[in-house]
Design a protein around this ligand. Structure first.
Ligand SMILES: NC(=O)c1ccc[n+]([C@@H]2O[C@H](COP(=O)([O-])OP(=O)(O)OC[C@H]3O[C@@H](n4cnc5c(N)ncnc54)[C@H](O)[C@@H]3O)[C@@H](O)[C@H]2O)c1
Length: 357
């Protein structure tokens, strides 16, 4: 296959700011069509990015034989049905995070991808940061030994996305901070730990700012063409989860859209040979060389565009019949962990066994 021909479904903030520009900047890719239920936004995006074809019904985009692959950039509740429809229509799929919020849904979409023999990739763009790629290589080379504990946080002071729109409407988002930003740190830690099998999860989610909520500015205002933000806010704005794995390792994840706390965006890995912290300030490795503790700050280039790297990888997988970096068991287990965090919270923090989901 020479040129890969792309359709983007859902042309809101992430499509306009990340997927579409990344496709347009990637050699060997042609953006053929966009789809969005919001016709005003659809027209605006098609014109702004000079996209030749546009559809209000995404099924009309999927019916085009000249499209090889699609990005799914719609609200969370549409990720699984749209991905399955796209796979059935013979398209490769890059699906935004959270791919699924139930293990069974993740299993269904993976099964469909295997049946159709198509690439199915999860949109976990933060894995493509240079610091994360550096850590993965070091870990795979055995430099960290066994990673027995990981903790990570994505905590904002006031950063609720799309207040009054689908992001804050549980029926459409399935949840708030844990699903939206917690999932990035969770996925990245889980991948770096080598994806052990999760056994049990405890969690708690909170909504402390329901009556005091402030819109955090995402999606960017200029991308919100024709959107109405007059709905409800019934999702978590702070959440935490604790996971136990079959190899004895554990993981702690914290996510907050709004809080009276120090903002944070980091992951920390504890390995038998070395550990690391990765966050706002890059990456720092904590090692031990012949009895001398060695704290090193590798000068990794952090300017890379993670979305362009993600899309280059998606294209490479399609072109060269490779398995995406987001492995099926990782997509499924991240969904199961998220599902169990919410289930545990609904059950007063009781530990949920993954086998019981
Ligand atoms: N990777 C990241 O870091 C990142 C960042 C932001 C958002 N996201 C994810 O991207 C997805 C979209 O988020 P966003 O910020 O772009 O939201 P958004 O509200 O700006 O865009 C969603 C778009 O989907 C469209 N849509 C809704 N129903 C549709 C339907 N039936 N058919 C076609 N289009 C439909 C909406 O009209 C809207 O234009 C979410 O799942 C979100 O979690 C990922």
């Amino acid at each position: 296959m020479e040129t890969i021909r792309i359709g983007v479904i859902g042309v809101g903030g992430i499509a306009q700011y990340s997927h579409i520009p990344a496709y347009l900047n990637t050699p060997g890719i042609e953006l053929v069509a966009v789809a969005d239920i919001n016709e005003k936004k659809l027209n605006y995006v098609a014109e702004k990015f000079s996209v030749p074809h546009k559809f209000v019904d995404y099924k009309d985009l999927l019916a085009r034989q000249d499209i090889d692959a699609v990005s799914i950039c719609t609200p969370n509740y549409l990720h699984i049905p749209m991905s399955i429809d796209a796979l059935k229509a013979g398209k490769h799929v890059l699906c935004e995070k959270p791919v699924a919020v139930k293990g069974a849904d993740a299993e269904a979409v993976i099964k469909e991808a295997e049946k159709q023999g198509k690439v199915f990739m999860g949109g976990f763009c933060t894995r493509f940061g240079k610091t994360s790629q550096f850590l993965k290589k070091q870990i795979e080379a055995g430099k960290f030994g066994d990673i027995y504990y990981a903790k990570g946080a994505n905590i904002r002071r006031r950063g609720i996305p799309g207040l009054g729109g689908w992001f804050t409407t549980k029926e459409q988002s399935y949840g708030g901070s844990m699903l939206d930003i917690g999932v990035h740190a969770l996925d990245r830690m889980y991948w770096l730990m080598g994806a052990p099998e999760p056994v049990a999860v405890s969690g708690a989610v909170f909504q402390a700012f329901k009556d005091d909520a402030v819109d955090g500015g995402w999606p960017p205002v200029d991308s919100r063409v024709g959107d109405v933000y007059a709905g409800i806010n019934d999702v978590d704005d702070m959440a935490s989860g604790y996971v136990r794995f079959d190899n004895g390792a554990t993981l702690l994840i914290e996510a907050g859209w709004a809080s009276n706390a120090e903002p944070a965006s980091y992951i920390q890995l504890f390995g038998t040979k070395a550990g690391a912290v990765e966050g706002f300030r890059g990456v720092k490795v904590f090692a031990d060389t012949e009895g001398t503790l060695l704290d090193v700050e590798p000068q990794v280039d952090t300017r890379a565009n993670t979305y362009e790297a993600e899309i280059a990888h998606f294209a490479d997988c399609i072109r060269n019949d490779k398995q995406p970096m987001t492995r099926p068991n990782e997509i499924i287990n991240v969904a199961k962990i998220i599902e169990a965090v919410y289930k545990s919270s609904e059950n007063n923090g009781r530990q949920i066994l993954i086998a019981d989901l």
